[in-house]
Design a protein around this ligand. Structure first.
Ligand SMILES: C[S@@+](CC[C@H](N)C(=O)[O-])C[C@H]1O[C@@H](n2cnc3c(N)ncnc32)[C@H](O)[C@@H]1O
Length: 208
């Protein structure tokens, strides 16, 4: 299957091009992934979970690209492997049972895009969740391996206490990144109820 074409489950919108962009943090992150990634790119999914994001990235990087995906739970690796097998994407991915602060142990070159979908595995053990200290350390490590024009996307769930703490820590960390070197944006839905997820984007500025 070629990246991004003739594949309903990864469609770019309907034929009239009227698909909204600002539906929620995940949809915006997908739009950004589509605009950044092309065949042959290297991407990282720092929170593999059930493999939805990993599969989405595998589709965009194409046959020549590669997706490194991390999770600390074996069930996440099993579920993701099954999903990728069904989609014939296994050759495009390396599934790693390890914490995301260890990205540098597995990835030696630079990467175009990194995604974090923070929190816990839906329908899984809610006690096994991302944590502010390790999330910040992982973001730092990912910044080190990001190509110029590359981007880190973080979907943050502020509706629970741990997510709130993560958001505060990420705000403190990202707000002091040098403006010369990074474009940092925080997208939140100010007219939605029930603390909808927010999207933090850290884009490495291209040298002129
Ligand atoms: C919201 S889920 C991710 C959903 C996933 N992206 C998907 O498409 O299904 C968050 C995941 O982060 C994982 N996680 C928590 N702490 C982690 C860590 N330190 N390193 C890597 N993954 C971690 C959890 O095990 C959980 O599977």
């Amino acid at each position: 299957m070629s990246p991004g074409v003739n594949n309903e489950s990864f469609s770019k919108g309907n034929i009239f091009g009227t698909k909204n962009i600002f539906i929620n943090a995940i949809e915006i992150s997908k739009t950004i992934c589509k605009s950044k990634l092309t065949n042959g790119d290297i991407a990282v999914d720092c929170t593999m979970g059930n493999g939805n994001d990993t599969a989405f990235l595998c589709n965009l990087v194409g046959e020549k690209g590669k997706v490194y995906a991390f999770d600390i739970q074996e069930i996440a690796v099993i579920n993701t492997r099954n999903k990728l097998q069904e989609l014939n994407f296994l050759k495009r991915a390396e599934l790693i049972l390890d914490t995301h602060q260890n990205v540098g142990k597995y990835i030696k070159g630079k990467v175009k895009l990194v995604i974090f979908n923070l929190g816990y595995l839906p329908k899984g053990d809610h006690k096994i969740t991302t944590k502010k200290e390790t999330t910040i350390e992982a973001v730092q490590k990912c910044i080190d391996i990001l190509e110029p024009n590359g981007i880190i996307l973080l979907v943050v769930y502020t509706g629970h206490e741990n997510g709130k703490l993560e958001k505060e820590a990420l705000d403190s960390y990202t707000s002091i990144l040098s403006q010369k070197d990074y474009n940092v944006a925080n997208i939140c839905f100010i007219n939605q109820i029930n603390n909808p997820p927010e999207l933090i984007c850290i884009e490495k500025v291209c040298p002129r």
